[in-house]
Design a protein around this ligand. Structure first.
Ligand SMILES: *Cc1c(COP(=O)(O)O)cnc(C)c1O
Length: 222
């Protein structure tokens, strides 16, 4: 059994059933993705439009591609035909652009709203208030995007209490929407949080989807 295969099995055994695994394959060659596919992995996360476009035709058609990186509006057209979930909607303008592009090609795209809860200013995302405002402003109106939930990243730190508090803040926004505006929308069910270094804490704090790269594929290449 290959290392990648072993890593996926180990993770699948660790994750509760409610938590799905996104294998973050950015910067890894398609041969590595194929190994993960052969081990049963179907959801792959990419963070750059061009890399995603190059990889899509090289893997089987039943792969579910998730876009997890910062998305510029001028890259929306390139990815919308390929993705089953965009994790990184960080403005109303971007959400409206995705909706328009999805409408143009006659499909509906699932998305998550990305929250900025980390201390690092380099990270992207909406504040909790902005996130709630986007949902209220867009849900009745936009017909070609489905807001499935929220996504966020914790600060890159050894301070477990800090990480836990940030994940709690993400979960709290989800709960606010789930108990409010999105109450009757059964599809609003996803909390994407947790990476290689912090996914166990994320799961304890309510994550339903973890995005894991290094623990599956090792250090990123090229
Ligand atoms: C790269 C990346 C990950 C995976 O990070 P690892 O530490 O390798 O698990 C998860 N989420 C996002 C948004 C990323 O950019």
């Amino acid at each position: 059994m290959s290392e990648i295969q072993k890593n996926i099995e180990r993770l699948q055994n660790l994750l509760p059933e409610r938590v799905s695994l996104v294998a973050v394959s950015k910067f890894h060659p398609v041969a590595a993705l194929q190994e993960a596919y052969d081990a049963g992995q179907r959801i792959f996360g990419e963070s750059r439009a061009q890399e995603l476009q190059q990889k899509v035709p090289m893997l089987p058609a039943d792969v579910q591609w998730h876009f997890i990186g910062h998305l510029q509006t001028n890259k929306v057209r390139a990815i919308v035909p390929h993705v089953s979930l965009i994790h990184s909607i960080d403005s109303e303008k971007l959400l409206r652009t995705v909706d328009a592009e999805a409408a143009r090609i006659g499909r509906t795209v699932d998305v998550l709203l990305q929250l900025h809860v980390a201390k690092e200013t380099t990270k992207f995302g909406l504040t909790p208030d902005e996130c709630v405002a986007v949902v209220h402003g867009c849900v009745p109106e936009l017909e070609h995007v489905r807001i499935r939930g929220v996504m966020g990243m914790a600060t890159n730190t050894d301070d477990e209490a800090e990480i836990r508090q940030e994940f709690r803040a993400i979960k709290a926004v989800f709960d606010t929407l789930k108990n409010g505006k999105m109450q009757t929308e059964g599809y609003f069910d996803t909390i994407s949080m947790g990476m290689s270094d912090d996914f166990q804490i994320a799961i304890e704090e309510g994550s339903t989807m973890v995005r894991i790269g290094s623990l599956i594929f090792g250090e990123r290449q090229y």
